[in-house]
Write a protein that binds this ligand. Structure first.
Ligand code: DAH
Length: 333
């Protein structure tokens, strides 16, 4: 009898009640005078005292499941019954909102758009040429180690792009200067996940190619951007760096300080957080992409959106952006 009751419990729990007619049928089957619960109680009366102990508890459980189900159905007004149980219907008290990373990305895009840049995009699954070779990163080049790669397939190598610099290559190969574009997108690296790094993150690549473009044009543009984005009080520094696809290369840092332990960790004790890499596009990269390196020069930059979002919102752990915890996300509405 116990097994029988268990099966009835499952049936009651799983019954789908989509209309008043379904509700009546359910009540009739389980809770009416001649229904299952009553007939179980009639059989119960004939059991020995020991058996009654175990079986009685389970029959009461079944009765409760059935009553709760009917109560729930009644709590929904009859006219709403069908629509409330339509799980594809949006609820009235929940409104979606923009993810903080999308928000920051949109803000950055708007600033560059106001400075004359247009938006371009490229694929997340790339070939070796666009992600590495054309950017002066031949096979076995040690700088490839900086971007540990997820391969989709080898020989020929197809991979998840490790940076949005691949879009520069595509864009330059398909159009001629003047080029003034930014390319936001998702990138992938086989990295250990920590408060500062993730295996999936977002970047915005910038590219400006024309006649007589200089390093100081780039520096000015990036300072204007940072002041527009973070406010005039932002403390910035430009540092020499190395990237195979730019010469000379630099990185731009924003000052965060080391007052809290989280800031100390995030900035590795320096107080400075790197937000972008940049430089003058290497002439070899221009010619790899069929741009006349005698006539044109240009600059490129790439920034990490999560880093910038962390700075802007004071978020100390990058992983929070990927966990989809509503209580975290709601703060940015
Ligand atoms: N692609 C680089 C990275 O992911 C960032 C970068 C540096 C992009 C310098 C550039 C650049 O366009 O000029 O680390």
């Amino acid at each position: 009898m116990l097994e029988e009751i268990r099966i009835y419990c499952l049936e009651a729990k799983d019954s789908s009640i989509k209309s008043n007619k379904d509700a009546e049928a359910f009540k009739k089957r389980f809770l009416s005078k001649s229904g299952i619960v009553n007939s179980l109680f009639l059989r119960f009366k004939k059991l020995s005292n020991d058996e009654k102990k175990a079986v009685g508890k389970d029959i009461n459980l079944l009765k409760k499941i059935c009553q709760d189900k009917i109560k729930f159905v009644k709590s929904i007004s009859s006219s709403n019954l069908n629509s409330v149980l339509d799980l594809t219907r949006p609820t009235s008290n929940f409104t979606g909102s923009t993810h903080p990373i999308t928000k920051i990305s949109n803000q950055i895009n708007e600033i560059f758009k106001s400075l004359g840049f247009y938006i371009s995009s490229g694929p997340e699954i790339e070939d070796d040429w666009h992600n590495f070779e054309a950017l002066n990163l031949p096979k076995n080049h040690p700088a490839r180690d900086m971007q540990d790669t997820f391969f989709v397939k080898t020989q020929p190598d197809i991979l998840l792009r490790t940076h949005t610099s691949s879009v520069q290559v595509r864009h330059m190969s398909e159009s001629q200067p003047p080029i003034r574009t930014i390319s936001p997108g998702r990138v992938f690296r086989n990295e250990a996940i920590s408060s500062r790094a993730h295996c999936i993150f977002h970047q915005i690549e910038g590219l400006y190619i024309d006649e007589n473009v200089s390093f100081i044009d780039m520096k000015n543009l990036l300072f204007v951007f940072a002041k527009k984005f973070f406010g005039n009080d932002v403390v910035l520094r430009f540092r020499p760096s190395y990237f195979p696809f730019t010469e000379p290369s630099a990185e731009m840092d924003v000052f965060l300080g080391t007052e809290t332990l989280a800031d100390y960790r995030l900035t590795k004790g320096t107080g400075w957080l790197e937000i972008l890499g940049c430089g003058m596009v290497d002439p070899k990269v221009l010619s790899n992409c069929s741009i006349d390196q005698e006539k044109y020069s240009g600059y490129a930059f790439g920034m990490g959106i999560e880093r910038i979002a962390m700075l802007k919102y004071g978020v100390k752990d990058l992983r929070l952006f990927f966990e989809n915890d509503l209580s975290f996300l709601k703060q940015f509405n």
